[in-house]
Structures are given as C-alpha cells and as structure tokens.
Design a binder for this molecule. Structure first.
Ligand SMILES: O=C(O)CCC(=O)C(=O)O
Ligand SMILES: [Fe+2]
Length: 354
C-alpha cells in the first residue's frame, strides 16, 4: 500500500508527500513552487528528521524529482545523505574499484556506461516481455535482484541514487521490491521458517555466484575482509520495528557454502530451493515498482527492507549516468558492537587478489 498524502512543513518551504502513482510502494516528496535545489537541501537540513520521516512513511522508497542542481554540485547529494544516517561512506576507504569513484567527491559512486566507469547494463531478460507484454520483474525471469553491500556485517542502511543522464524512457529503469509487504504476505509456516534462518551473502567478483559454481570455477582463497557474511533472512527494521525479508540472488549470495546456512549448499540443494521460492515471492509484481528515470530524479531507498534490480538499456544508442551514495550506522540491535567485516587489515589493499 502506498503512503497517504500529507504536507511536510519545513518553515520557509512546504513540501508535499504523495504516493508514487501506479506503484504498490513509495512516496514522492516535492515542492509545489519552483525552488532552488540548494535552498531545498538547506531547508531539509534545518528540519533534520523530515526526510527520514517521509521515507519511513513511504515504505522505504522516496522520490525527489527536479533535483538537477546536484549535477553541478554533487556535494548537495552528500549533504542529503548525511540526513539519512550517521555515516556516509567514503568509497576510497572501502572495497570499491577506483574507476567508480567520483574524482572530487569520494562519497559519490559513479555508475555509467561511458569511461571511466564503463558499467554495462544487465542483459535483456529472455523473453524481453511477459506474456502480458509487460516488463518482466519477477525472479527468475528477471535476474539481478539485490540489496546493496549485503556482504558486509553490519550491512548499510540506505542508498541515495541520482540520475544525471537517463537512458531512453522504457529502458534502464530501476526496479524496487517491498520486503515488508512480501514478508507480511508469506504463509505463516514460511514466515516462521525464514525467521529462524540466515543467508550467506557474497562480495561481487569473489567467484561464489550460482553461475560460477555451476560452471565449476575453482574456489579462490579470500582475504578476511572479502569473505561472505551471514545475515538474517528476516530483519526487523530498527526504526519502524516491522519485519522484512532480507535476501539477494545469484551473485550476491554465496553458492559454495550457502546460500542458506545450515541447509544443503550449492545450486540444486534445499537451500537453493528455499531461496528461489522466497525471492520469486518477494519479486511478484504486487510488491514491485519500476522507476523510469528523468534527469534530476533522486531516489532514496532503504536497503534494510527493499531489494532492487537494474534493467537493460540499449547502450549503443543511449548513454546513462547515475550517482550513488551509501549511508550506514543504524543496522539494528542484532549487529550491536560488531567490528566491520569489510575493513582490510593494516597494510592490505581492499581489492587485492580479486
Ligand atoms: O543501475 C541501476 O538501475 C541499479 C544499480 C544498482 O544496483 C546500484 O547502484 O546499487
Ligand atoms: Fe544496487
């Protein structure tokens, strides 16, 4: 169910919060009069709870359109990110390839098909549309569903995703699925089973994907900070207290020692069967919104209760450029006091050996 309409009073500015049209989740936060992006960021900073309150009232997915000012001043994206949690990731300190980091603002990850990031879109699903002629969203027809950086303990809270340049409409969308609604709609025996289990989440590129295991790739040794991490299959949201499914598929699960801890490992095991069942339920179109980007759109998504997936676009014909920040620091009590799993030991390069 979408959020109800309400106004968000920031003193000098009044914003409106309304459900995203034709979507089972999400809110749109915008100003009725034309406002400078920097002025809006300043007004939000003066009411620091307003942004996360709007997000929590919108099932963890918030769209701020017309934020074009960020393109010429990426620091505005960092300032908004600081309102979303205690810590904004500096990608220079973490497991991130140098060519994906904004040259001037290390909190900004640059995801585009052009150099230097050279990120290719995912393949087109096969067939490209459903029997009803619609964009495929449900796993396994649609692949690539994940929550950001789930290979880390503690995992991050939120991502802010900003569109500098969209591809063609109807292509290069980002899909979001609502883990809270999906959990609530599970039969109670599956809710109970999932609540007792943990998934094993892998860092991309560590050779532990379902595909790598099916191909019979040699299992590489990993440095301690690159190893897969367990995460509960059901997380209680630290702010709202509501349970949500928490899992990924293929590349972000560990198919050597997982995907589900304590169950048969590898593709074809009973862990795989449960993961397939849960992720295809999670990504049923009743729980999914496909965001078709416009330049200047900012989408804030809560990684603790949503998963997302990129879609194909024709990168020969169209460029696409996106910026992302990641916010962490409020993962919930089950992670209290834990050291960060992904921090390399003294003197080690984060990406060495990968
Ligand atoms: O490009 C997209 O639409 C999604 C990319 C993504 O998953 C991410 O940046 O975390
Ligand atoms: Fe992502």
């Amino acid at each position: 169910m979408g959020s109800r309409e309400r106004s968000v009073d920031l003193g000098d500015l009044v914003l409106s919060l309304a459900p995203v049209a034709n979507s089972p989740l999400g809110g749109v936060l915008k100003c009725s009069q034309a406002v400078d992006c920097a002025a809006l960021v300043e007004a939000l900073e003066a009411s620091p709870e307003a942004l996360t309150d709007a997000l929590n009232d919108s099932q963890g997915l918030l769209l701020l359109p017309d934020m074009d000012g960020i393109s010429s001043d990426p620091e505005l994206l960092v300032r908004l990110s600081r309102l979303c949690g205690p810590e904004v990731e500096d990608y220079k300190q973490t497991l991130t390839h140098e060519h994906l980091i904004h040259p001037d603002v290390p909190e900004v990850l640059v995801l585009g098909n052009q150099p230097p990031s050279n990120r290719k879109p995912p393949p087109r699903p096969e067939p490209a549309v459903t029997e009803e002629g619609e964009l495929p969203v449900q796993f396994p027809h649609r692949r690539g569903w994940h929550t950001d950086q789930s290979f880390r303990r503690p995992p991050p809270d939120m991502s802010l995703f900003y569109c500098v340049e969209p591809s063609l409409k109807g292509q290069g969308q980002t899909l979001f699925a609502n883990g809270t609604a999906a959990y609530a709609a599970l039969p109670s025996d599956l809710q109970e089973q999932a609540s007792r289990l943990e998934g094993l989440h892998a860092l991309l590129g560590t050779g532990r994907s379902e595909e790598a295991v099916l191909r019979g790739d040699e299992v590489k040794p990993l440095l301690a900070h690159q190893r897969s991490q367990r995460q509960p299959l059901v997380r209680r949201h630290p702010v709202t207290g509501i349970p949500a499914l928490y899992l990924c598929e293929d590349e972000q699960m560990d198919w050597v020692d997982g995907p589900i801890i304590g169950m048969q490992t590898g593709p074809g095991g009973d862990g795989a069967a449960l993961l397939y069942k849960l992720i295809s339920h999670y990504t049923h179109r009743d729980f999914v919104y496909a965001h078709d980007w416009d330049a200047g759109d900012l989408v804030i998504y809560d990684n603790r209760c949503l998963i997302h997936s990129a879609t194909w676009y024709d990168e020969q014909a169209h460029d696409r450029l996106m910026w992302r920040t990641t916010v962490r620091g409020n993962p919930g009590p089950e992670y209290a006091g834990e050291a960060r799993s992904w921090i390399p030991a003294e003197g080690l390069k984060p990406m060495s050996g990968l």
